[in-house]
Design a protein around this ligand. Structure first.
Ligand code: NAD
Ligand code: DAU
Length: 357
């Protein structure tokens, strides 16, 4: 048996590959374009492992996807591939439209063609799981109930609008063609291999480098934080037992204002790697201009995952953030390679290929 995932060299995808192969011998084919966010060093521990098959490719490339599906005959596709950073989507939305909308559409077309020719039993067992975000629901005010699966879509950034569009396409392929789809909408992840452009890894990396810790606006925007390995276990559970055509909200029951997140990181670093000058890391906090259109609050009601599928997160924020800070302290080489761009040379060294920016 084989599953095919897309975007498996990114933050969540690489954690998913490592978790999957830690508990299953089922081969995982990993199609990734290796944008700036794709880093095969995340999967270096699998270099000699035949259960991981890496394919350098774009989900928008229909001919390549068709041939990969025909070759590997997966029983499921899990679509992680996306442009994922809100700030980048504000500066340049084009790539988000191309990958998140057009790319997902092309992937759905390849999946539909492949699935429609399977024999009856294999066809019935096939799954297309689309990994999406809570940001499609828009912004909550303080005191509003958390997002349920029936909350209306109100995306506010080019990123969330592109993810919302992809969710609608996935839904339509089920409704119109019967493609056996599942969609997950998850809150903010954190953990190992998180690219240091996102809040938590950026704060850890900047703090250690003696740089300012840029907090947007008043720092009182609220996010719900989930340790990445809990997201991976939730996806495995939805793949295993989710009801076709349904959507599942995944969250950590852990709402926190950004400033509290930054202060927590600072306090942990004060304990684990105190500043040489005896000062506190929180002195590096710098309030900067707010993100345009910044959503004020996200909160996930994850009761459906618990009641229908028996899934709950295992890490609290206290345990998850400590493991995360320790991981960054123990993996300074990974950070250095990301910051220097050396990780981008991996492909050319390994395959003699040039990776486009
Ligand atoms: P990421 O940016 O770290 O990784 C994305 C990966 O997709 C990279 O490896 C990149 O090379 C690859 N990719 C991009 N365009 C591609 C294309 N056209 N074809 C093939 N591969 C391509 O993202 P992430 O944080 O790991 O997020 C993974 C998925 O989870 C995304 O769909 C995102 O919307 C969703 N999500 C993320 C979070 C979060 O907190 N990070 C929360 C909820 C949902
Ligand atoms: O909610 C799920 C989403 O979480 C995912 O769909 C996205 O792919 C993922 O990137 C994340 O989006 P956010 O915009 O919430 O994450 P980010 O880490 O960029 O920012 C978290 C919060 O911190 C947000 O309110 C903006 C703020 N922030 C961020 C950065 C990078 C700062 O205050 N300073 C910063 O330097």
């Amino acid at each position: 048996m084989t599953i095919l995932i897309t975007g498996g060299a990114g933050f969540i995808g690489s954690n998913f590959v490592l978790d999957w192969l830690a508990q299953s011998d089922e081969t995982i084919v990993n199609v990734d374009k290796l944008t700036y966010a794709g880093n095969l060093q995340n999967l270096a521990s699998l270099n000699a492992d035949p259960r991981h098959v890496f394919v350098h490719g774009d989900i928008g490339d229909g001919a390549m996807m068709d041939s990969m599906l025909a070759l590997h005959k997966p029983r499921a596709i899990v679509n992680f591939a996306a442009e994922s950073h809100v700030d980048r989507s504000i500066r340049g939305p084009g790539d988000f439209i191309q990958t998140n909308i057009v790319g997902t559409f092309n992937l759905l077309e390849s999946a539909r063609a492949y699935w429609s020719h399977l024999d009856a039993d294999t066809k019935a067992a096939f799954r297309f799981l689309h990994v999406s975000t809570d940001e499609v629901y828009g912004s909550l005010a303080c005191g509003d109930a958390a997002f349920t699966e029936t909350h209306r879509y109100e995306p506010n950034s080019p990123y969330s609008a592109s993810k919302a569009a992809s969710d609608h396409l996935v839904r339509a392929y089920h409704h119109t063609y019967g493609l056996p789809v599942l969609t997950t909408n998850c809150s903010n992840n954190y953990g190992p291999f998180h690219f240091p452009e996102k809040l938590i890894p950026l704060m850890i990396v900047n703090a250690l480098a003696g740089k300012p810790l840029p907090v947007y606006g008043d720092g009182q925007q609220i996010r719900d934080w989930l340790y990445v390995k809990d997201h991976c276990s939730a996806i495995r559970r939805v793949l295993e037992a989710g009801r076709l055509g349904e959507t599942y909200n995944i969250g950590g029951w852990n709402e926190m204002p950004n400033l509290d997140i930054v202060l927590t990181v600072c306090t942990l670093l004060d304990e684990l790697r105190p500043r040489k000058d005896g000062k506190l890391y929180s002195e590096q906090i710098s309030f900067v201009a707010d993100r345009p259109g910044h959503d004020r609050r996200y909160a996930i009601d994850a009761r459906k995952m618990e009641h229908a599928l028996g899934w709950k997160p295992t890490e609290s924020f206290d345990t998850g953030i400590r493991m995360t800070v320790l991981w960054y302290l123990d993996n300074q080489d990974w950070v250095t390679n990301v910051q220097s761009g050396a990780y981008r040379e991996w492909l050319s060294q390994h395959y003699g290929e040039k990776v486009d920016a």
